[in-house]
Ligand binder design. Structure first.
Ligand code: NAD
Length: 482
């Protein structure tokens, strides 16, 4: 194996020690560019999870008493370590996940920025004093860490999905058991290593892998765990939220979307097609906030389709380690099957393929950037999150009609609009039901801005000052001077 292909041994991190699963079970990790195994990921047994829980409980005892200033200093050091190691971590991320190296490096560097942001927020989790009705009474509100957290993160952004949860939790003074993504474990482990090397006390951060349903059902129900955070599909999120609810655990859910992108007649069509195609095909479309339903005014529809289609056709698809590649493979074979099924369904009910439409070769999980038009609303792709490089474009005539279509689905994560009209901007920013809205550019997912959905896309925020709230209890203390 040449150096470029070298892949680290994957271990879990329990009680400050890197370890295998105690019952010896593991799963294969594949390189999506080749479809070949590159490593194995250990699976936690119940004994391992019990050790993790005991350690997280002890870790919480230490960390909740660590000053916000010391938490801040340690987190800044973890961010610096991540930054220093960005080149090597990005290579591993591309090897296991597939995305182009430049995108992987940006993900690692943004991860460091996210740690910095939450480090700063650690120092600002202020309470408040409430004027009392009596001069002898003092009333204060204080913020306390909620307790040990169980966090579950997916494979599409192995660093980014994990760093948001663990950094907000650690900043707040919580300990965290992270169940990382089994398909992309090494880059997530490198993030945990950066925190460990910064000197995090034992038990504050734990990393396990395993059979997701087994790990989540055990951790969520366990009395040590006080808070759940999950990123993944709406279907799984509803199951986990129901389980958490039955144990009265606090929950943050960052789930699927099916983001409408509204292009109005007065938009700069070439520019909107350029920005929307870049956003759509980033990470091969495996992004929860990806624009996925392109709803274009009839006056610019054909022009938009021409620009968008040629952008899709001109994308260079290839191994993410190759500097020329603009889009890598899909992360796993399930996504290939999903794309094929969605396209077959769309064409069977009248949809037209304007670009792409099929798998590329039979080595690895590459798929052509695909554009569909004339797809009826009852087609699966108009209702299910594609989570891959397939884009349906449809047409509208009136503003109200576009807003009704944007709100037709039960999802409400991201939404996009392109227009020069102030009144249209006002109408869409209030009328479209979504947790995030980006108008005339793509400005979502910065550390300092809220990140989260409504409706079936979940609840809670994973960015901005709002993200800390998820990991803090509010305590009211009233005191009479004696
Ligand atoms: P999936 O639903 O099986 O898994 C999605 C994620 O949830 C994975 O990380 C998986 O490990 C985890 N998961 C699954 N069952 C779980 C359980 N019982 N307990 C805890 N974690 C569990 O599907 P998949 O094939 O991996 O991905 C397909 C769909 O998942 C996509 O279509 C997309 O809608 C969604 N997804 C969303 C995101 C996101 O960023 N919101 C990321 C990855 C996948």
């Amino acid at each position: 194996m040449n150096q470029e292909q070298a892949y680290p041994d994957i271990k879990m991190f329990i009680d400050a020690t890197w370890c295998e699963g105690s019952h010896g079970k593991s799963g294969a990790v594949l390189n999506p560019a080749t479809g070949l195994a590159i490593g194995r990921v250990p699976h936690a047994s119940v004994d391992d999870l019990d050790r993790a829980l005991e350690s997280a409980s002890r870790g919480f005892g230490i960390w909740r008493k660590t000053s916000a200033f010391d938490r801040y200093k340690l987190m800044r050091s973890a961010a610096e370590k991540l930054r220093e190691r960005a080149g090597e971590i990005a290579r591993i991320l591309t090897l296991e996940q597939g995305k182009p190296l430049a995108e992987a490096k940006l993900e690692v560097l943004l991860g460091a920025d996210i740690i910095d942001w939450f480090a700063e927020e650690a120092r600002r989790s202020y309470g408040r004093a409430i004027p009392s009705r009596s001069g002898a009474v003092q009333q204060v509100v204080i913020k306390e860490p909620v307790g040990p957290v169980a966090a579950f993160t997916p494979w599409n952004f192995p660093i980014n999905q994990a760093v948001r949860k663990i950094s907000a939790a650690i900043a707040a003074g919580c300990s965290v058991i992270l169940k990382g993504p089994e398909e992309t474990p090494a880059s997530c482990a490198a993030l945990v290593q950066a925190y460990a090397d910064a000197g995090l006390p034992p038990g504050v951060l734990t990393l396990v892998f395993g059979v997701p349903a087994e790990v989540s059902s055990y951790l969520i129900a366990h009395p040590v765990i006080r808070k759940i955070s999950f990123t993944g599909s709406t279907q799984v999120g509803k199951q986990l939220a129901a389980l958490a609810g039955s144990h009265m655990k606090r929950v943050t859910m960052e789930l699927g979307g099916h983001a409408p992108a509204l292009v109005f007649g007065d938009a700069d069509v070439a520019q909107s097609a350029k920005l929307l195609s870049a956003a759509k095909f980033r990470n091969a479309g495996q992004v929860c906030v990806s624009p996925t339903r392109f709803i274009v005014h009839k006056s610019v529809y054909e022009e938009f389709v021409d620009h968008f289609t040629s952008a899709a056709k001109n994308l260079v698809v290839g191994n993410g380690l190759d500097a020329a590649s603009q889009m890598g493979p899909l992360a796993n074979h399930r996504r290939i099957e999903a794309m094929e099924a969605l396209i077959a369904d769309a064409t069977s009910c009248g949809g037209r393929i304007r670009a792409g439409g099929k798998r590329i070769g039979n080595e690895g999980f590459f798929f052509e950037p695909t554009v569909l038009t004339d797809v009826p609303l009852n087609a699966r792709i108009m209702n299910e999150e594609p989570f891959g490089p397939v884009a349906p474009v449809s047409v509208f005539s009136e503003l109200d009609e576009a807003i009704v279509e944007a709100n037709r689905l039960p999802f409400g994560l991201a939404a996009y609009a392109y227009t020069k009209s102030a009144s249209v901007i006002g109408a869409v920013s209030t009328g479209v039901e979504s947790g995030m809205m980006s108008i005339n550019h793509h400005g979502l997912a910065l550390p300092e801005t809220p990140f989260g959905g409504i409706k079936d896309s979940g609840y809670g925020s994973e960015g901005g000052t709002e993200a800390m709230e998820a990991y803090l209890n509010t305590k009211f203390v009233t005191q009479m001077n004696s």
